[in-house]
Design a protein around this ligand. Structure first.
Ligand code: FAD
Ligand code: SF4
Length: 478
């Protein structure tokens, strides 16, 4: 049996290189292999050696039961695979598309470790759930009983939506407040459509709405409604507001026209893909078409900006990062994707200032890596006299995000925050310093990942359900 499995594995592995385009992992089997999609998904799934030490599972933040649903897929039991995968993941089709699998499940696959190329777990996960939607296996949310308790959720990103899903399935009355006109948070307006198609996110929004979750969109908590009003209206409140304050650039000319924030640039692009009319896009302010674009930063947001600029028809796209390739925070897979699309990386380079009232160049300071700091990372140092001007007529700042000061904005000094401004919450229950108030996702962790926000949202929902159960038991005992 083991020999048969190994032979199968070797034959598929040998068969793969020319077929496995560099972007396969995040692409649809259907898109690549058309009518052979099922066969290819089964083939990939059958590459799992069922090693018995599922590092993939332990490195998935949701501890998805990967070996079992791979086995089910390999043997054609797709519906069972779907049932199992959705037990631990609220949005498997989304994670399958956008988790940085090379740092999580796939990066720890023993086949990858042995040098034979990982089982493409994310692509299989996505395939299973896409098929479940097509086949009608994804059932509407219909709670067995309706309960009186209600929860107000601030933020319709993955953290808030994962909690909404779980609470609603348990019969809780759920209202989600969001300042945007569409739900989904960064799934909708941050992550570009070429990584995560927007109809996939909207399908989940429809499912939640159809299941009885109330959405109050265009509602900015702190402006349109107070936090205390929300707290007064519900038995518990979940804060899932994400982090949106952009780290800024200093230096001469940094306020020039043509220097824009990554979140504004990506939001405009995503709005356009919904068919919205976006004035700043029409005017060219947030549109890279025909321009020399320089994106500053080395994380995944920077990668999304450069790849969006390529798709908008930029004349040239460069990414400026002050460290080298090996030390950049973004996923290497994303760098490879960007390079393949024609993006030029300018390593060991930092912006010193900008030329032009309407920006026409970035003054670039060359760097070298010096001694490691306390965290072990080599500190970039200036190389004296090594600077030049890089031509640019659109500069995108993608230097990361910080939390907004919620206690001040909401007039709630009781809401404790950490020294980084993120909300203090219990790591297991996600309870904050305020009774009945919970917090999840980026506003607690700092800029993180969708899969972690989903995990937090599910755990917080579970903690709220336990709280409600305890309260009901106490009332019954009186
Ligand atoms: C450009 C970009 C690309 C990314 N790509 C990936 C990726 O490929 N893979 C991955 O795993 N992660 C990625 N991430 C990170 C991921 O998107 C986040 O970690 C995740 O969305 C956090 O979820 P959340 O629910 O905490 O917050 P968010 O998704 O940010 O949602 C927060 C919601 O709260 C709302 N809100 C905020 N303040 C208020 C208020 N006062 N009143 C009402 N509503 C409010 C916002 O409008 C928003 O809808 C990316 C992030 C960015 C910026
Ligand atoms: S949720 Fe993410 S980390 Fe977990 S199995 Fe899916 S793709 Fe991998």
């Amino acid at each position: 049996m083991a020999k048969q499995k190994m032979l199968q594995f070797v034959s598929v592995a040998r068969d793969m290189p020319e077929k496995r385009a560099p972007n396969l992992r995040n692409k649809d089997f259907g898109e690549i292999y058309a009518e052979f999609a099922t066969q290819k998904a089964e083939e990939q799934a059958s590459r799992c050696s069922q090693c018995g030490v599922p590092y993939c599972q332990s490195h998935c933040p949701l501890h998805n039961n990967i070996p079992d649903w791979l086995n089910m897929t390999a043997t054609g039991r797709l519906r069972e695979a779907y049932e199992l995968s959705q037990e631990t993941n609220t949005f498997p089709e989304i994670c399958g598309r956008i988790c940085p699998q090379d740092r999580l499940c796939e990066g720890n696959c023993v086949i990858e470790q042995s040098g034979h190329g990982t089982v493409t777990i994310g692509a299989v996960e996505k395939y299973i759930t896409d098929t479940a939607f097509e086949e009608g296996w994804v059932k509407p949310i219909r709670p067995a009983v309706e309960r009186d308790e209600s929860v107000g959720i601030i933020g319709a990103g993955p953290g808030g939506l994962a909690a909404a899903d779980m609470l609603r399935r348990a019969g809780i009355q759920v209202t989600v407040y969001d300042r945007y006109d569409r739900g989904g948070g960064l799934l909708t307006y941050g992550i570009p459509g070429f990584k995560l198609e927007k109809d996939i996110v909207m399908k989940r929004m429809d499912q939640l709405e159809d299941g009885g979750v109330q959405f109050r969109l265009n509602c900015n908590v702190g402006d349109d409604i107070t936090f205390s009003a929300i707290r007064g209206a519900h038995d518990a409140v979940l804060i899932a507001t994400g982090v949106y304050k952009t780290r800024d650039l200093q230096g001469p000319g940094s306020n020039a026209d043509g220097i824009v924030r990554a979140i504004d640039y990506l939001t405009a692009s995503n709005r356009v893909s919904f068919g919205d009319t976006v004035e700043e896009y029409e005017s060219g302010e947030l549109n890279a078409s025909g321009k020399n674009v320089v994106v500053i930063g080395g994380g995944d947001t920077a990668m999304d900006c450069v790849r969006t600029a390529v798709r908008q028809g930029a004349e040239s796209v460069k990414c400026l990062y002050r460290r080298d390739r090996a030390n950049m925070p973004g996923s290497q897979r994303e760098v490879a994707n960007a390079e393949e699309e024609g993006v030029e990386f300018v390593w060991l380079s930092a912006p010193k200032g900008f030329t032009g009232d309407k920006v026409d160049g970035v003054m670039v300071q060359k760097m070298r890596l010096g001694q490691p700091d306390a965290t072990g990372r080599q500190v970039p140092e200036l190389i004296e006299g090594a600077d030049y001007v890089e031509k640019a007529d659109l500069v995108v700042k993608a230097l990361g995000f910080e939390p907004e000061d919620l206690p001040t904005l909401w007039g709630e000094p009781e809401l404790e925050v950490t020294r980084w401004g993120t909300i203090k919450a219990d790591f297991r229950t996600h309870a904050t310093s305020m009774d009945g108030v919970y917090a999840v996702g980026d506003i607690v962790r700092g800029a993180s990942l969708v899969v972690w926000a989903i995990r937090d949202g599910r755990e917080a929902a579970q903690a709220m359900l336990e709280r409600f159960e305890q309260r009901s038991a106490m009332v019954a005992a009186e």
